[in-house]
Design a protein around this ligand. Structure first.
Ligand SMILES: Cc1ncc(COP(=O)(O)O)c(C=O)c1O
Length: 356
């Protein structure tokens, strides 16, 4: 439960820094990161590069900025990026991408967000008289709107091969790649090896208060550093935040399986109340979607009623979305399930949980 007294399932970004993070932040050795001499940022970047097996890494404030800088570096204005239809880059970042890079997206539809190599290959095939030029392919793993779904490394390798055949680089939006690693048992470097560059967020399941890492080869990261400053993100004593990021990177991945177990319990509990409204097969990591269409109540009414019961959720892609994270306890899951039960009954929605 959060300090506000709510069970906050809106995102895995809502975690508060742990006492160890707060101590590390207070004691952090710092410099001026714009000049490249903040020792704690340097340590974090070196650690991210070593973990991913890439030549270099860059510490940035958000995952969105990582994606935007990467796409800017890999594309030319007027060209296109291939992504899955509901991917973060092509939806939330559509306007940023148009504004900052003058690019558009060629989308492919993947069930639960998962695209295949054949789909990517088809999207890269030149169309006679078409003006679209594709400069980059992106995959999102885990796939957020797909339900936190996991792409196995073998599937990503097939996509990488399709890209290599056509000489188009592959970029991994790995905002939650460590969740995929926790499920598949794959080392993050194996996922990273499939892509020319990748990003992952420290501020999501790993529990840091702020920050994401962009990793790739040395020339790419050099250009990314230039773009970071150009876009106004040349922060200064960023080591204060990087100190918490180092702890998130060391400790965060170890406990993601707990979040996945909590999400499964939450999903199965809600499926017991609203069996037709939860896709249990999509619940592979820490994200649970409930499709309340057909219950006769608008999404906003479910959200408001759950909030009145002390449970915060968001509305994403026309569904109720909940994420588990380090600040959600087993007891919170029970409380959240009680709230779902009461709201369902109050709305008069037929449920096996209320049938006797
Ligand atoms: C898959 C994915 N990529 C990128 C982002 C952007 O990260 P940030 O919120 O740090 O900008 C998000 C945020 O939810 C995400 O889910």
């Amino acid at each position: 439960m959060s300090g506000s007294g709510y069970i906050d399932l809106r995102s895995d970004t809502v975690t508060r820094p742990t006492p160890a993070m707060r101590r590390a932040m207070a004691d952090a050795e710092v410099g001026d990161d714009l000049f490249g001499d903040d020792p704690t940022v340097i340590r974090l970047q070196e650690r991210a590069a070593a973990l991913t097996g890439k030549q270099a890494a860059l510490y940035l404030p958000t995952g969105t900025l990582c994606n935007q800088i990467a796409m800017h570096a890999f594309t030319r204005s007027g060209h296109a990026v291939v992504c899955e239809e509901t991917a973060h880059v092509g939806t939330h970042e559509l306007i940023s991408s148009a504004l900052l890079s003058g690019i558009t997206f060629r989308t492919v539809n993947g069930p639960r967000g998962m695209v295949t190599a054949a789909q990517v290959a088809a999207a890269l095939d030149p169309v006679p008289y078409d003006v679209a030029v594709v400069d980059l392919v992106t995959v999102e793993n885990t796939h957020q709107v797909g339900g936190g779904t996991v792409m196995p490394v073998a599937a990503m390798a097939e996509i990488a091969a399709a890209c290599a055949d056509r000489d188009v680089p592959l970029y991994l939006d790995g905002a939650r790649i460590f969740n995929a690693c926790a499920v598949t048992g794959t080392d993050v470097s194996h996922y990273a090896a499939q892509a020319a560059a990748l990003m992952f967020c420290l501020s999501k399941g790993l529990g840091a208060p702020i920050g994401s890492m962009l990793a790739g080869d040395a020339a790419f990261i050099e250009e990314a550093r230039r773009l970071k400053i150009l876009l106004g993100a040349g922060w200064r004593q960023a080591g204060i935040m990087a100190a918490a990021g180092l702890i998130a990177l060391d400790e965060g991945p170890k406990r993601l399986a707990e979040d996945h177990a909590a999400a499964r319990r939450l999903a199965e509990g809600i499926a017991g109340i609203l069996p037709a409204n939860v896709d249990l097969d999509a619940v592979q990591t820490n994200i649970v979607f409930v499709d309340v269409a057909g219950t006769g109540q608008p999404l906003a009414a479910w959200q408001a009623s759950l909030a009145a019961e002390g449970v915060l959720v968001t509305i994403v892609a026309g569904k109720i979305r909940m994420l588990t994270h380090a600040d959600v306890t087993a007891r919170d899951i029970d409380t959240a399930l009680g709230a779902w039960c009461r709201v369902t009954a109050a709305f008069g929605v037929p449920s096996p949980a209320s049938a006797h």
